[in-house]
Design a protein around this ligand. Structure first.
Ligand SMILES: C[S@@+](CC[C@H](N)C(=O)[O-])C[C@H]1O[C@@H](n2cnc3c(N)ncnc32)[C@H](O)[C@@H]1O
Length: 255
């Protein structure tokens, strides 16, 4: 199920026809202190207690991952290896919140471009992804990378920081709480995580073949889930990519 087009999470594609893609969508990003954030609807339905996860929920993520297996190299080629100024600023703030020598777990590392940048800031990054093609891609370029499915696997060990960038849009609403609890368990006391999510309501399938599952979250609903999992949101930033609003949050584990 190889996708021929950029998946929803590929926010750094260089497609010239996109409004914000003059250099990279990341370069056209904005912070909460800049332009106003996009209008949001704050749904209350998504704040309710989640029903049990179903096989269908797992199938949706597996279908998305199968699409990445066929598109990983295309993704790596399309996404600039150097973060935009906004993305670099977020990663610097994340790194600054870690006491050196910091051990960071990256989940859904993709090509590993963010891990490369974070390592220039002094962090030791364990790169992981559920998509074998991304793990292979990083190994071929001389990095150590490991398989990890955040939905099915337990995280071994604890880390000072966790990176989860442009990943949770591929999880069903019912899958988010347990994924967030896993992050909390894998962090040391007062550990921090940098997580991004697509803003908005609703969900859909994207890509030419409709193989990429995309679940959007209003900020308030996401923050409620984060709070329940034991996190405080310390700061947020906003990025528009391919006309898609994304929000990144720096989370501190409470307690
Ligand atoms: C849009 S890409 C983002 C990649 C990279 N973080 C970046 O910012 O370029 C989404 C990533 O989520 C990963 N992913 C999807 N489902 C996952 C799961 N269950 N566990 C871990 N990673 C997952 C995909 O393999 C892919 O690398």
């Amino acid at each position: 199920m190889a996708a021929r087009t950029m998946p929803a999470g590929a926010r750094r594609a260089g497609a010239a026809h996109y409004e914000h893609a003059r250099r990279t969508p990341r370069a056209a990003s904005r912070t909460s202190g800049g332009d106003p954030a996009p209008p949001l609807c704050y749904g209350v339905a998504s704040l309710s207690r989640s029903p049990p996860m179903t096989d269908a929920d797992h199938r949706n993520n597996r279908r998305t991952v199968a699409a990445y297996e066929g598109y990983a190299r295309g993704y790596a080629a399309a996404v600039p290896a150097t973060p935009s100024p906004q993305a670099a600023a977020d990663l610097r703030r994340f790194a600054a919140s870690l006491a050196p020598p910091a051990r960071v777990l990256e989940i859904g590392s993709g090509p590993g471009w963010d891990a490369d940048f974070l390592e220039t800031l002094g962090a030791q990054v364990r790169r992981t992804d559920v998509t074998a093609a991304f793990v292979r891609f990083q190994i071929e370029r001389g990095k150590q990378a490991y398989p990890l499915d955040l939905l099915s696997d337990e995280i071994e060990g604890t880390y000072d920081g966790i990176l989860l960038l442009y990943v949770v849009q591929h999880f069903e609403r019912d899958q988010l709480d347990e994924a967030l609890r896993k992050l909390a368990r894998a962090l040391t006391a007062q550990g921090v995580a940098l997580l991004s999510h697509m803003l908005g309501d609703g969900d859909e399938w994207e890509g030419d073949a409709g193989d990429y599952r995309v679940v959007r979250w209003p900020a308030a609903a996401m923050d409620e889930r984060l709070r329940r999992a034991g996190f405080a949101v310390e700061w947020e930033s906003f990025i528009d990519s391919e006309r898609r609003p994304w929000r990144s949050v720096l989370l501190r584990k409470l307690g």
